[in-house]
Design a protein around this ligand. Structure first.
Ligand code: IYR
Length: 220
C-alpha cells in the first residue's frame, strides 16, 4: 500500500550576506552559553518550558520516531526526592566510584556531591530515551536512539540559552531512580537532566577556553 505524502518545503533563500550574518550572530550568541550550577528560585512560566521542550522535540530522529519523553518538573516534593536520590549516588561517585584521574579532571569545576540546583531551579527537565515504543501491548523498534535524543538535547540547550535562561547538563550516575520517581514505563531510560532557570545573583563560572579552529576543524 502507498504510504508516501510529500509537501513543498517552506523555504525562502536568504542572500549570501544574510547567511553569513546569520551564522556569525548565532555563533556569537551560542559562544556565550555556559553551564551554570547556581540558580535563582525566580519562577519561569510554564509556557516558556513548553516552547523550549517543543523546540527540542522538533529535532531530527531515526525514521522520525522521536524516541524521547521530556518530564518537566516544578513540584517541590518531586524535586526534593530527585535531589536526595541524586546526592546519594553522587556521594558514592565522589567517594570511590570515580577514578583519581576523573576527580583531577573535575577539580577546575569545583563540583562535589551536593546538588543544590536540583531544588533551587524552578524547573527540572528530565529527558528519557525510548529504545522501543510500546503500542497496544506490542513493541515497535526505534533507530539511532542515542544520536536522536542527543540531537534533541542540543536543540533544548540552545533554546534555553536563546531564551535568556541558563541550564546545566546533569547526569547523576546511575540514574535509574529518575525512572522510578517519575513513574516512567519500562521502555523509557533516563538520558539527561537539565535544571532550567535564572542564574543566582553574582554567579561565577569556571574560566574555560574553548578549543581553537585548528584543533576541531579539518578541511579537505
Ligand atoms: N556527575 C558528577 C560528576 C561530574 C562528571 C563530569 I564528566 C562533569 O563534567 C561534571 C561533573 C556531578 O554532577 O558532579
Amino acid at each position: 500500500m502507498e504510504n508516501k505524502t510529500f509537501v513543498p518545503l517552506d523555504y525562502h533563500p536568504p542572500s549570501e550576506s544574510e547567511i553569513l550574518e546569520n551564522t556569525f550572530d548565532f555563533r556569537t550568541q551560542m559562544d556565550k552559553r555556559r553551564s551554570v550550577r547556581f540558580f535563582s528560585d525566580r519562577n519561569v512560566p510554564v509556557e516558556v518550558i513548553r516552547n523550549v521542550v517543543m523546540t527540542a522535540s522538533s529535532a531530527p530522529s531515526g525514521a522520525h520516531k522521536q524516541p524521547w519523553t521530556f518530564c518537566a518538573v516544578s513540584d517541590m516534593d518531586i524535586k526534593i526526592k530527585i535531589r536526595e536520590a541524586a546526592e546519594k549516588e553522587e556521594y558514592e561517585n565522589y567517594h570511590g566510584r570515580m577514578s583519581d584521574e576523573w576527580l583531577k579532571d573535575l577539580e577546575k569545576f569545583d563540583t562535589n556531591w551536593h546538588k543544590e540546583f536540583l531544588t533551587q531551579a524552578p524547573w527540572l527537565i528530565v529527558i528519557f530515551k525510548k529504545s522501543y515504543d510500546l503500542n497496544n501491548g506490542g513493541k515497535t523498534k526505534n533507530y539511532y536512539v542515542s544520536e536522536s535524543v542527543g540531537i534533541a538535547a542540543g536543540f533544548l540547550i540552545a533554546a534555553i540559552h536563546l531564551a535568556g535562561l541558563v541550564t546545566l547538563t546533569h547526569t547523576p550516575s546511575p540514574m535509574n531512580f529518575l525512572q522510578e520517581i517519575l513513574g516512567r514505563p519500562e521502555n523509557e531510560k533516563p538520558f539527561l537532566l537539565l535544571p532550567v532557570g535564572y542564574p543566582s545573583d553574582g554567579v561565577v563560572v569556571p574560566h574555560l577556553v574553548r578549543k581553537a579552529e585548528q584543533d576541531v576543524l579539518c578541511w579537505f
